[in-house]
Write a protein that binds this ligand. Structure first.
Ligand SMILES: C[S@@+](CC[C@H](N)C(=O)[O-])C[C@H]1O[C@@H](n2cnc3c(N)ncnc32)[C@H](O)[C@@H]1O
Length: 249
């Protein structure tokens, strides 16, 4: 993506981070138990049906989209800011002959370019915490959904707000991060641990990572107009979960 399309510095950093990670993404985060369980929970919670039109926000290498298609014969539009993550996804789409089912586009979440009332469901997994202005994005996603449409946000339940010098904040975050680091080493080895460790430092320093608690996400959904907002947790990793929000109608 040209830097002109990616106007904010922190987004260029995020895009470059994922461009560099892309080749190892599926072998690192993609192999860790909590990520697989989170994807499964997003898929189950989306209640996607055959013929639904689904928006996968921050689709990356397509791990969520491909899991959705195992559940239903929906059609999916995946958008992402990283060309390299998308290149891997496009390769998988071609290899599996899914061109009729999935379209992937280079797009920033802050410039979602679709008509209002287009999608039956919108899903995202471990993406939206990369945004600084979350209310703006959620209001836009609300508009893109058809009345009655579901929005499922898969995220880590970690409130990273506050001062970097606050030791209580650091303790709160480390309690969550160790639940990423230990499974990373166990499930996917040293390289995955090193990747998740570097990621953790970015979370602590808020360098392109601005996580919230699931309750905080739920409050932003309600403010954006969503009704029936619920939180569900991943079975074996309680610090991961989804917020399910419905557009009235
Ligand atoms: C941790 S990956 C998650 C990918 C996929 N959803 C999954 O669960 O495997 C986060 C993805 O969000 C994308 N991303 C981050 N900020 C974005 C933005 N502003 N607009 C679009 N995509 C963004 C990154 O490029 C990356 O592919």
């Amino acid at each position: 993506m040209k830097n002109s399309l990616c106007k904010k510095n922190y987004k260029i950093t995020t895009r470059n981070w994922f461009n560099r990670w892309s080749n190892k993404y599926d072998q690192t985060l993609g192999r860790i138990g909590f990520h697989r369980e989170l994807l499964d929970l997003v898929v189950r919670s989306s209640k996607v049906k055959d013929c639904d039109k689904v928006l996968d926000i921050g689709c990356g290498t397509g791990l969520l989209s491909l899991r959705l298609l195992q559940k239903a014969g929906c059609s999916i539009t995946g958008i992402d800011i990283s060309e390299e993550m998308l290149a891997i996804f496009k390769g998988k789409i071609k290899e599996s002959g899914l061109e009729q089912k999935i379209e992937s586009r280079l797009m920033d979440i802050d410039s979602l370019n679709f008509k209002n009332n287009t999608f039956d469901a919108a899903v995202s997994s471990v993406v939206l915490h990369h945004l600084k202005d979350k209310p703006k994005a959620l209001k836009k996603i609300y508009k893109l959904l058809k009345p009655g449409g579901l929005f499922v946000i898969g995220e880590v339940d970690m409130d990273s707000t506050g001062s970097h010098a606050d030791t209580k904040r650091l303790q709160r975050m480390l309690r969550v991060l160790e639940q990423e680091w230990i499974p990373a080493l166990r499930d996917a080895g040293v390289e995955a641990f090193a990747q998740m460790y570097s990621n953790g430092i970015k979370h602590i320093l808020n360098q392109g990572e601005y996580c919230l608690s699931l309750k905080q996400w739920a409050a932003i959904c309600r403010k954006a107009g969503f009704s029936r907002v619920t939180i569900k947790r991943v079975p074996h990793y309680k610090c991961f979960g989804v917020v399910v929000a419905k557009k009235p109608g």
